[in-house]
Design a protein around this ligand. Structure first.
Ligand code: XMP
Length: 517
């Protein structure tokens, strides 16, 4: 069963696909202006029209082509419009829209006006998450209002005859009470679809895709030992067999203690025959000399990485024959934050995989591009990735370079590497490692005065970052016990030479991000 989601560029559009998958259906997110031919190829069982930042009352609002819209609404298949999609469907049937002075942003109380299968099993009143300024103010005969809020007279509607629905609020976000049940009702009760999709199907589809796209030669993948690249490597292994899959581990010198050896031995244990470790630490350090701007650092690391990988590919081709594809463990949040996830997403920071692009002559294969981290973790477990890899905290592609604020030097890296080891050790020892999304120290470009022994010290300040999060897109700082923080700070100032002060970061994302650069 396939649900096609038309993406109008809304902040939460991609979350819809995730919820649809959680409910047990295949989700295909497509740009709103997809051609009729492409749309038909999906053979959708239901459609969802997402929210978006535009106004239908503006001169040239984003619209599907007339034929595509006609096909969606006239197909007899169930259709659900959310926010912008809600307004678009309402106006398609002749409803009046209105732009008001103020908007309705954040929580609102939704009141059900009449029973409907979409709201079956739900209370008559609940909290919903709103984010709009335009509203549907008057409905034509063919549509009927199902619910309202104090601000929106038509917070939900349905077509009297067709299975066409609109919701002004966002059922896909967790802040909406019963949102998951509403989406479930739409797919199971209104659309009468039976869930038939699981992570195993996803796996099978990706393996088939790997065969199709990478089948003509050898496949290359730059691995980090983390869950994303390990999962992709295992998909390739299933698709192509061990002789044609080449794993390249580039030691950038920006990694944690013992990382190269640990990753290589885990990967060999998983059955890979070709694990090539390339030591490029000096090159990276040289290129990073004098670079202090965060985006510039990311660009330099990505560029150098691509250069080292391209060189390695040429060497490997001499020994093993032609390579056809480059696989990467890019996940959805990497794309959205880099501003490369469909129309209308803005750049927050250039995530390594996305910024790097592909090696010349190799087709890019990114089987995890639509998944969130926790979905990848579930997939990884199915593939037999060891628990310790699955549970490991995410570590960014540019590594410690983006945790040394300011210029990166060998000394600062050595200091931060040691501090990172201590932080990881203490979180594990206290049984807190699995309770946080990430926990790591950051070396600030600041020194402070202290007293060590009986003498004055003038040393670096470390910031400690520890957050809880579901998917890395938003995060809250971890409320850690004082006793634990005290012990950890004690170890850091005692054992890491050059540090005499530790700060604990109590900022959420947003407004901060998890990493510092
Ligand atoms: P931010 O700092 O944007 O990070 O809140 C969100 C999550 O993404 C990780 N991150 C990266 N992962 N390549 C990656 O593979 C990158 O370039 C990158 N930058 C940030 C970060 O550690 C956090 O888990």
């Amino acid at each position: 069963m396939t649900v096609v989601i038309l993406d109008f560029g809304g902040q939460y559009a991609h979350l819809i696909s995730r919820r649809v998958r959680e409910l047990g259906f295949r989700a295909e997110t497509v740009p709103y202006d997809i051609s009729l031919g492409e749309l038909e190829a999906f053979r959708a069982d239901a459609y969802i029209l997402s929210g978006g930042p535009s106004s239908l009352l503006s001169p040239d609002p984003p619209m599907p082509s007339a034929e595509a819209l006609q096909r969606i609404v006239g197909s007899g298949k169930p259709v659900l419009g959310i926010c912008y999609g809600h307004q678009l469907l309402a106006s398609f049937f002749g409803a009046r829209l209105e732009r008001r002075e103020a908007g309705e942003y954040g929580p609102s109380t939704f009141r059900l006006l009449r029973p409907d299968p979409l709201f079956e099993g739900l209370p008559r009143e609940f909290r919903v998450w709103m984010s709009h300024r335009d509203s549907v103010s008057q409905l034509p005969e063919s549509l009927v209002a199902l619910g309202e809020t104090g601000y929106s007279p038509v917070a939900a509607f349905r077509h009297r005859r067709l299975k066409v629905y609109g919701l002004q609020f966002h059922p896909e976000v967790r802040h909406t009470e019963h949102g998951y049940e509403i989406l479930g009702n739409f797919l199971r009760r209104v659309s009468s679809l039976a869930p038939d999709w699981s992570v195993d199907d996803y796996l099978e589809e990706r393996v088939a895709e790997a065969r199709r796209r990478c089948g003509g030669g050898n496949a290359l993948i730059a691995v980090s030992g983390g869950v994303d690249s390990t999962t992709v490597a295992l998909i390739l292994l299933k698709a192509l067999g061990r002789e044609r899959v080449h794993l390249v581990f580039i030691d950038t010198g920006l990694l944690r203690e013992g990382e190269a050896e640990r990753a290589a031995s885990t990967l060999r244990r998983l059955g890979f025959s070709h694990v090539h470790v390339v030591d490029a630490g000096e090159t990276f350090l040289e290129r990073l000399r004098g670079v202090t701007d965060p985006e510039e650092k990311r660009r330099v690391v990505a560029e150098t990485f691509l250069e080292v990988l391209s060189r390695e590919k040429v060497e490997l081709e001499k020994r093993y024959g032609k390579f056809t594809c480059l696989a990467q463990g890019t996940i959805y949040p990497d794309r959205i934050e880099t501003g490369k996830a469909g129309r209308g997403s803005v750049k927050i920071k250039s995530h390594h995989n996305v910024a790097m692009g592909s090696v010349e002559g190799l087709e890019l294969f990114e089987p995890l591009r639509d998944l969130y981290k926790d979905e990848v973790r579930r997939l990884a477990l199915r593939l037999g990735v060891p628990g310790e890899v699955v549970e490991r905290h995410p570590f960014p592609g540019p590594g410690l370079a983006i945790r040394v604020v300011g210029e990166v030097t060998a000394e600062k890296l050595a200091l931060l590497r040691k501090a990172t080891r201590i932080v990881e050790e203490e979180f594990k020892r206290a049984g807190l490692y699995g309770h946080v999304w990430q926990a790591f120290p950051v070396l600030l470009p600041a020194r402070s005065v202290g007293v060590k022994g009986d003498s004055r010290s003038y040393e670096y300040v470390l910031a400690l970052r520890a957050v809880v999060s579901e998917d890395g897109m938003t995060a809250s700082f971890a409320r850690l016990p004082w006793g634990f923080l005290e012990r950890l700070a004690g170890r850091l100032v005692n054992e890491v030479e050059g540090v005499n002060r530790v700060l604990y970061d109590i900022t959420d994302k947003p407004p901060a991000t998890i990493e510092y650069e």
